[in-house]
Ligand binder design. Structure first.
Ligand SMILES: [Zn+2]
Length: 72
C-alpha cells in the first residue's frame, strides 16, 4: 500500500497542484502537504480553503470552476 488517499475507490488529487500527497485530517477533510490547502468533500464537490498564517481559512472556491472541483 502506498500513502495515496482514496475517496470512493478513486485516488484523490489536489485540484491546485495536482499532488496526490493528501493527508486526511477529519471526516471528509483532507490537507494538501504540497500547497498547504484544505480540501473538504461536500457531496460530490470539493471545497478548497487556504489556511492563513493566523489560522483563519479563506475560500479558494472562486478560483476553481465547478468542473475542476467535482469528484469523479
Ligand atoms: Zn496541492
Amino acid at each position: 500500500m502506498d500513502k495515496r488517499t482514496f475517496f470512493g475507490g478513486m485516488a484523490m488529487q489536489c485540484p491546485n497542484c495536482q499532488s496526490k500527497n493528501l493527508g486526511r485530517i477529519g471526516p471528509g477533510q483532507y490537507y494538501c502537504w504540497d500547497c498547504f490547502i484544505e480540501l473538504t468533500v461536500e457531496g460530490e464537490m470539493l471545497q478548497l480553503h487556504q489556511v492563513e498564517e493566523d489560522g483563519t481559512l479563506s475560500s479558494l472556491d472562486d478560483l476553481f470552476p465547478e468542473s475542476e472541483r467535482k469528484l469523479l
